[in-house]
Design a protein around this ligand. Structure first.
Ligand SMILES: [Cu+2]
Length: 174
């Protein structure tokens, strides 16, 4: 394998020199060349089309981010990691994004009694744009959703009983 790579590198070096003056389309055909260009395209793609967000919740009842910025209508891939050790029943965390008209305190209070539905109140589902599942220490969850098309400041929170007092932040759509 190493030999193959060396041979290829040598061939590339030679062909690059030759190609400075005359383009040889034939030289570009080959799996090695494709491997080189594909990752670059993928990076460009994710930069412009998808916002990749990672945030953490811990045993101190805190998110490590208080603000998340995305573009209107952008695809968002969000991962929440519970970096603590405590059990889900005691220090559960989720990440929930609320609609613009939602009242965080009202959602928080309703959520506190919604243990059966993972602390997402069934009668307030229309107030949630997206949410992860409830996590215990060491767990993580990744969700994908579309950012609102209407720019503005939205609220994110953890809906575990009492947590939204500390675990909340701004989701800014630009
Ligand atoms: Cu929490």
């Amino acid at each position: 394998m190493k030999k193959l790579v060396l041979v290829f590198m040598a061939a590339l070096a030679v062909s690059c020199g030759e190609n400075k003056k005359e383009e040889k389309p034939g030289m570009k055909i080959g799996t090695q060349v494709e491997e080189k260009t594909t990752p670059v395209e993928a990076t460009t793609d994710s930069d412009s089309k998808e916002a990749v967000v990672t945030l953490e919740g811990n045993d101190q009842m805190k998110f490590n981010k208080s603000e998340i910025r995305v573009k209107a209508g952008q695809k968002v891939k969000l991962t929440l990691k519970h970096v603590g050790k405590m059990d889900k029943a005691v220090m559960g965390h989720n990440w929930a994004l609320l609609t613009k008209d939602a009242d965080m305190a009202a959602v928080g209070q309703a959520s506190a009694t919604a243990a059966d539905t993972d602390y997402i109140p069934a009668d307030m589902k229309d107030k949630f744009i997206a949410h992860t599942k409830m996590l215990g220490g060491g767990e993580s969850d990744t969700i994908e959703f579309e950012a609102p098309s209407e720019p503005g400041t939205y609220t994110f929170m953890c809906t575990f009983p009492g947590h939204y007092a500390l675990m909340q932040g701004k989701f800014i759509v630009e």
